[in-house]
Ligand binder design. Structure first.
Ligand code: PXP
Length: 237
């Protein structure tokens, strides 16, 4: 059964719109777990625009499924992760001015730095996933870097406007997943997945977990977090 990780960053984004105390992403994480998600995902950005250090520490103490910390390979963030010990760290590229993560981590180009970060996190007994574009070169590099898990970036698939383009992008994801599995990597996917486009990605053979944020938190405005998570869970199972 394909697992569902819920990214709760946008609950903190709403809180930060007023620099207030609510809505609380930790309370949201609890509600997502109660609704049956398999992990909680949050991104501690270098600019701390939504999730803060204290949120991650509080999440660590209440999350009873798995805490997946999205993060860059900046040394202070790696130090923080080694201290807090999420169950998993997902390494992503980060640009100051981006609205959300753009593209996958270029593991091929940054192999030495990524390998060093992976090694430090693994020494702290944290599972490491690399968020990458679905290309054979990036998968090979991820394997070389020592990560046991990859998360395939589904942005191109989600942004495809024509049916033909979407089909093509799905094929690319399928091929990438198959190749990664043949190397013994665990395969996750995420970014831009919603209630219309997720079922096909969930149907990719060997898919382990989908990480979804924006669409579920948006849907929660209308049906509540419990309903939004349950609807997505039904859809991917
Ligand atoms: N996976 C990764 C690595 C991400 O960076 C994000 C966005 O924070 C997601 C999944 C979730 O993307 P979305 O909010 O578009 O569902």
């Amino acid at each position: 059964m394909v697992k569902l990780g819920i990214n709760i960053d946008h609950v903190a984004t709403l809180r930060e719109a007023r620099r207030a105390y609510m809505p609380d992403p930790v309370e949201a994480a609890q509600a997502c777990e109660d609704a049956g998600c398999d992990s909680i995902v949050c991104h501690l950005r270098e600019d701390r625009r939504h999730i803060k250090d204290a949120d991650v520490a509080r999440l660590r103490s209440i999350v009873s499924t798995r805490l997946n910390l999205e993060m860059s390979i900046a040394p202070d963030i790696v130090n923080f992760a080694c201290r807090i010990k999420p169950d998993q760290a997902t390494l992503v590229p980060e640009k100051r001015l981006e609205i959300t993560t753009e593209g996958g981590l270029d593991v091929k180009k940054n192999l030495k730095k990524v390998t060093a970060a992976v090694s430090r996190l693994k020494t702290a007994r944290i599972d490491v996933s690399l968020f990458i574009d679905p290309s054979i070169g990036q998968i090979d590099a991820s394997y070389k870097a020592g990560a046991g898990i990859i998360e395939l970036h589904t942005g191109e698939y989600a942004n495809a406007v024509s049916g033909a383009a979407r089909k093509r992008e799905l094929k690319i994801l399928e091929k990438a997943a198959k190749y990664a599995l043949s190397l013994g990597l665990e395969v996750n996917a995420g970014h831009g997945l919603n209630y219309e486009n997720t079922a096909a990605v969930a149907g990719i053979k060997g898919m382990n977990e989908l990480n979804i944020g924006h669409s579920v938190i948006s849907r929660a405005i209308f049906v509540g977090l419990d309903g939004a998570v349950k609807e997505m869970r039904e859809l991917i199972r």
